[in-house]
Design a protein. Structure first.
Length: 67
């Protein structure tokens, strides 16, 4: 039987943020932040996972985070 929750602490409350980052080469030199990620994190312990913003929907990401 698999348990649901954070894989690190078992917490069951999740938070979500979005971040942008630079790439390599020229985009890094001119600080062009074109890589966008969704960060899903456990509110109990802070364990975080990054997901490419263009890929899955929020519901699917949270399902992946909680296993």
């Amino acid at each position: 039987m698999s348990s649901k929750g954070c894989i690190k602490c078992g917490g069951n409350e999740v938070g979500e943020k979005e971040i942008s980052t630079t790439g390599t080469g020229l985009s890094k030199l001119i600080d062009l932040q074109h890589n966008q990620f969704r960060v899903v994190f456990c509110k109990k312990c802070g364990y975080s996972e990054l997901y490419n913003k263009q890929s899955s929907s929020t519901g699917n990401i949270i399902d992946l985070f909680f296993g």
